[in-house]
Ligand binder design. Structure first.
Ligand SMILES: *Cc1c(COP(=O)(O)O)cnc(C)c1O
Length: 483
């Protein structure tokens, strides 16, 4: 198979930077670099300065478009308030907002109409409140903790809703509420078939025996009932749809048991992004989309983001390090899993697995008797001859990986300092722009891991922040990150 795809469109609008006088220019005048990405939409000259500073600080950047994120949330909210639905929407911002940055993403979700935020870890829920996102703005729910040590006192005091899905969890939250003299808002987690946290149908009577007196006494307020779906991302697979239907039936049964016990939940929630997009019948009072906020469908089998009016919010780009010529048959990187098929040039992308580039996205092309071929992760590179989609050649190292340019760098006009794109919004097939789904495919994983594993040493820079956020919210962002 061929590892290169040249760009089809010579009038490419992305061709924002070019060297008009050829690769040898730039000695005297300002140096120009080829760029496979459009220039960010700067909100001010200050934004441009901060961008250039970020490039000097680190040779890779995650550019997050807050307008895309706000619009994705608007889209999800409009779905949940049409087609017979009247559901509120929770922006799930766990894991540093899937690697997009907790506070900016939370604020963009609120700007798009989310009225809830959700985090797995209680620490992140507290960070949201400490940043100044108060109960007047939104409710916050958190659900992963060790019931013996979680700071329930702090959570209750910060007006954060907590999930309870175990007997020790009930006891601990009740004890904290009594100490504080303040009612704890709880969402009862039920296991309808996912097999993770929550009460099973068999264990639920015991849970009700503890919850009911606490609710009567006013120690806890049973706000919600919730559960999680296992296979909602495969709406075309009949066995999976049947399995989701069984989870829904079980969910209804739990609601009945709560109601009969006198603690009917006011807010039921079950739908993740997949179910929010594909099952309007189970939006209940609240939905919990995560990946949709960041602009992706949960599984490429469901289509592309644009199928649902979503737009990926993150672009990952890097500036090339060493570019050089090598001969045919040259081993590339650890293990010699890639041997250059021809005389060629290589370029180093200075991001590696310590940055969160999955080592499983390494590219193999071993010639000879033991021929093994496996395409690596895709990288979009601008050349003097147009855009090329190249692939990781050889093993991903800790801080860098290598691209076989499949041609001479001087003829291609590719130089150290050029900006390449690992993934972006995927603006149309013709532009050949990879998405996180393409990296997921190359590493045999899911897009979720592509963002959440990006390490903190890659700066996150925000586009369209002043457009999306009011002055008060804007002041909550690290000023160095605003483009
Ligand atoms: C992560 C998570 C979600 C969001 O899932 P997506 O597939 O990203 O929409 C919803 N609910 C719970 C309990 C989660 O852990």
């Amino acid at each position: 198979m061929s590892t290169t795809t040249s760009a089809q469109n010579p009038m490419n609008p992305d061709r924002t930077a070019d060297r008009s006088t050829g690769p040898s220019a730039g000695v005297a005048g300002p140096r120009h670099f080829l760029s496979a990405v459009p220039e960010p939409d700067f909100s001010s000259d200050g934004g441009r300065g901060r961008y250039e500073e970020a490039l000097r600080r680190y040779p890779g950047q995650a550019i997050v478009d807050l307008r895309a994120m706000r619009d994705n949330m608007r889209r999800l909210v409009s779905m949940c308030t049409s087609e017979g639905s009247h559901a509120a929407v929770m922006g799930v911002v766990k894991a540093d907002a899937y690697g997009h940055g907790l506070i900016p993403s939370a604020l963009a979700a609120l700007a798009g109409g989310a009225t809830w935020l959700g985090t797995a870890q209680s620490h992140e829920a507290l960070l949201l409140r400490r940043a100044g996102i108060g109960p007047d703005r939104c409710r916050i729910l958190t659900w992963v903790y060790d019931g013996a040590r979680v700071p329930f006192d702090e959570l209750i005091a910060a007006d954060i809703d907590v999930s309870v899905g175990s007997l020790p969890g009930i006891d601990a939250v009740a004890a904290a509420a009594r100490r504080l003299g303040r009612k704890a808002r709880v969402h009862v987690k039920v296991d309808t078939g996912f097999g993770r946290n929550g009460f099973t149908p068999a264990g639920f009577d015991e849970a009700l025996r503890r919850l009911v007196p606490l609710a009567r006494e006013g120690v806890i307020d049973v706000v919600g009932q919730w559960s999680h779906l296992a296979v909602a991302d495969s709406p075309d697979v009949p066995e999976f749809v049947a399995s989701t239907d069984r989870q829904i039936a079980s969910f209804h049964d739990f609601t009945r048991r709560m109601s009969e016990a006198g603690i009917a939940p006011r807010i039921r929630h079950l739908a993740n992004t997949a179910a929010t997009l594909s099952r309007p019948d189970i939006r209940f009072e609240l939905t919990r989309p995560g990946i949709g906020l960041y602009g992706y469908e949960p599984d490429p089998a469901m289509g592309r983001p644009s199928t649902y009016g979503l737009r990926p919010a993150m672009r990952l780009q890097a500036q090339l390090s060493t570019v050089k010529d090598v001969e045919a048959g040259h081993g590339i990187s650890y293990g010699r899993t890639y041997l250059t098929p021809d005389d060629t040039s290589t370029a180093i992308v200075p991001l590696g697995y310590a940055d969160g580039i999955n080592r499983a996205a390494s590219g193999f092309d071993m010639q000879g008797a033991r021929h093994v071929e496996k395409p690596g992760g895709p990288v979009r590179v601008m050349t003097a001859q147009g855009l090329r989609l190249l692939r990781v050649s050889g093993r991903v190292c800790m801080d860098q990986f290598i691209l076989d340019l499949h041609g001479s760098a001087s003829e291609l006009g590719v130089r150290e300092g050029d900006t390449v794109e690992l993934f972006g919004p995927g603006r149309g097939e013709a532009l050949g722009e990879p998405t996180a789904d393409d990296w997921a495919r190359a590493a045999d994983t899911i897009s979720y891991t592509v963002f959440t594993c990006l390490s903190n040493r890659i700066p996150r820079l925000y586009e369209h922040a002043p457009e999306v956020l009011d002055d008060g919210d804007l002041a909550l962002l690290d000023p160095d990150t605003i483009l």
